[in-house]
Ligand binder design. Structure first.
Ligand SMILES: Cc1ncc(COP(=O)(O)O)c(C=O)c1O
Length: 354
C-alpha cells in the first residue's frame, strides 16, 4: 500500500529516520559508557520498547503505573516509574507489579516509603527505590541533601525496599535554546549530584544508580558522568520544539494530512488539527513548508500561503509541536519506508494516565 492511500489525518513513522535516531543514540551511549533507559511515555508502544531493548537499552522508564503495567504485560523485565504514585490503590498495584518484573519507583516522602514497604511485605515483593531530588525543575523531589539522606536511610532500612540511588530530572533545561546556557546548567546539575552522592556515601549508604536526562541534555553527559543511566524519550521521533535545538536526531514522526480547501490565492487548509496533533511546547509546522507558521484549530490546519500548483487532495506532512503528547491522541500509527506503508501498529498505552 502506498502512503497516499491512507485515510487522513494519519500518524506515520518514517522507519529510515527512526532507525537512524536509534543508531545515533546507541553510538553516544556506547562512546560514553552510559546506560540507556529510554522513556516509554514518548511512544507508549510496547513494540518500540522491545526495539529499544534489542538495541541495547537496559530497561525502560515510565511516567505512569498504567504504562508500566502494559510494558510488564508485554514482557519488559526492567521498569522504572520515574514519578510519584502515593495513592493507596496505586501502591497496592505497584507491589503486585514488583512481583512480575524488576520494578523501581521514585519516592519523596516518608509516608510513601512506609506505604510501599507495607504493600511490598504483603506481596513478599522487593521494590527498588530511587529518592527523587529536584535539580531545578521545581516538580517533585526534595531539594535538601539532609532530607534526601533521611529518606534514603528509611528506604534502605525497609526490609522489602531496595534503596538504589537518585532520580534527578532537569526537565527545565531540555528545551533551553541557548546552547551555552544549556551546557553550563547541565554541568551544574552534574556537580550538584556529585556532591549529593558524596554526602550520602559518606553517611554509609551506597548510591548505585543516578537516573535522569532528556533528549535535549544527553549531549552534555560527560564520559565520567555521575548519571549511571539516561532517560531520553523524544529522540526516536523528535518534534518541532526539539528541532529548534539543532540536535543530531531528525524528525521521524509526522501527521499525514490532505489539502481539503484552497482559498483563492490566500490560504490552503488541510485536515488534522489539535485533536490529532499536539500544539503544546511548540506550534506544529508543515514538513514541506517549514518556515511558514500555520494556524491550528480543532480539525484544521491553515497555511496562509498558496504554494504554486497545489490542489485539493494533495498530501502534506505536519511535524508535531510535541511528539509525546501527539502519540497520546492516536489509537494506531503507520510504519512507512519511502512511500510504502509497511505495517499498522497499536499505540497500546495511549490514555494510560493512571
Ligand atoms: C522524568 C523524565 N525523564 C525523561 C524524560 C524524557 O524527556 P524527552 O522526551 O524530552 O527526552 C521526561 C520527559 O518529560 C521526564 O519527565
Amino acid at each position: 500500500m502506498n502512503v497516499h492511500q491512507l485515510e487522513t489525518p494519519a500518524l506515520i513513522l518514517d522507519l529510515d529516520r527512526y532507525e537512524e535516531n536509534f543508531r545515533i543514540m546507541k553510538n553516544f551511549t556506547e562512546a560514553n559508557g552510559i546506560r540507556l533507559r529510554p522513556h516509554y511515555k514518548s511512544h507508549k508502544c510496547t513494540w518500540i520498547a522491545h526495539d529499544q531493548i534489542a538495541a541495547g537499552a537496559k530497561g525502560i522508564t515510565c511516567a505512569t503505573l498504567g504504562e508500566a503495567e502494559d510494558a510488564a504485560r508485554a514482557g519488559i523485565e526492567d521498569i522504572l516509574i520515574a514519578n510519584q504514585a502515593p495513592q493507596m490503590s496505586k501502591v497496592t498495584r505497584i507491589a503486585y507489579l514488583a512481583t512480575c518484573c524488576r520494578l523501581t519507583v521514585c519516592v519523596d516522602s516518608t509516608e510513601n516509603i512506609a506505604a510501599l514497604e507495607a504493600a511490598a511485605a504483603l506481596e513478599s515483593a522487593a521494590i527498588h527505590v530511587l529518592v527523587e531530588y529536584d535539580v531545578g525543575m521545581r516538580r517533585c523531589g526534595v531539594t535538601d541533601a539532609e532530607e534526601f539522606l533521611l529518606l534514603a536511610k528509611l528506604a534502605d532500612a525497609a526490609p522489602h525496599l531496595v534503596f538504589e540511588g537518585i532520580q534527578a530530572y532537569a526537565g527545565n533545561l531540555s528545551h533551553e535554546a541557548d546552547f551555552e546556557k544549556r551546557k553550563k546548567n547541565s554541568d551544574w546539575v552534574e556537580s550538584r549530584l556529585s556532591a549529593l552522592k558524596k554526602y550520602v556515601e559518606n553517611a554509609g549508604l551506597k548510591i548505585r544508580e543516578v537516573s535522569g536526562t532528556s533528549t535535549g541534555t544527553v549531549q552534555f553527559r560527560p564520559k565520567n558522568s555521575v548519571y549511571t543511566e539516561i532517560q531520553p524519550g523524544s529522540y526516536i521521533f523528535m518534534d518541532k520544539a526539539y528541532s529548534l535545538l539543532n540536535l543530531p536526531f531528525r524528525n521521524a514522526l509526522f501527521l499525514l494530512t490532505q489539502v481539503i480547501s484552497v482559498v483563492g490565492k490566500e490560504r490552503i487548509v488541510t485536515c488534522g488539527g489539535m485533536k490529532s496533533i499536539s500544539v503544546d511546547q511548540a506550534n506544529p509546522s508543515l514538513a514541506e513548508y517549514p518556515g511558514i507558521p500555520v494556524e491550528m484549530s480543532e480539525e484544521h490546519c491553515t497555511l496562509p500561503f498558496v504554494p504554486e500548483g497545489i490542489t485539493v487532495g494533495d498530501y502534506l506532512r505536519l511535524i508535531p509541536g510535541h511528539c509525546c503528547t501527539t502519540m497520546n491522541l492516536h489509537d494506531h500509527m503507520y510504519l512507512v519506508r519511502k512511500d510504502k506503508v509497511m505495517d499498522r501498529r497499536e499505540i497500546v498505552s495511549r490514555g494510560k494516565s493512571r
